[in-house]
Design a protein around this ligand. Sequence first.
Ligand code: SAM
Length: 227
Amino acid sequence: MATLYLVATPIGNLDDFSTRAVKTLQSVDQIACEDTRTSGVLLQHYQIKKPTFSFHQHNEHQKVVHIMNLLNGGLNIAIISDAGMPGISDPGFLAVRAAHQNGHTVTAIPGPDAATTAVAASGLPCDRYVYEGFLPPKKGRQTRIEAISESEVTTVVYESPHKLIRFLEKLHEFAGDERWVCVARELTKKFEEVDRGQLGSLLPRWKEKPSIKGELVVVVSGKGYSE
Ligand code: SAM
């Protein structure tokens, strides 16, 4: 029996990589990376010299078999993604499930993830929240946005910068001017921005921007929340 480690990596700021994460990557036999070149920067920065192989959404099924063969052969394997916690809107789930099913130990090394960081910084209720991740690009998208507008609890959405305005406009249609929202952009990075407000004022503010760049999370308050 062997161990499969899920190791959280920084979402922008290399200093957020934990000592335990470094020690874990130094101790395993091989590292499965979402993108070996992206992770190469991190591994080089922390002088981690281990064999790596790619493990991304397009080869996930095939590579799960490979990871199981390695674990069955007694090798300890770590999974890392480009940013944040593997398995959270990133490859990981299939390998973790297979490792459990095959009787291996699974250990997650906690660290940064964009959703928790955004909801904590949002100043919106975070005693209960729903993680929506990415919305479907087309089919079912409107239904999900309508459901978010009806939710009694805070919702966390991963959105791409070029779709942000369309998302906020659709949400505005369902949820109205009063709904509290927070857009958390470029978290932990140089141009970090945490902008919160009611849709009636936040949406025009974001529409005025000449361009929206970087990575972002939208936190939407539950229906009925007021301050
Ligand atoms: N596994 C990651 C995690 O634990 O958060 C999520 C990976 S998902 C493919 C990438 C999305 O996470 C981005 O499109 C964005 O919505 C969000 N994200 C990642 N890094 C971010 C950052 N520094 N600031 C804001 N959002 C970020």
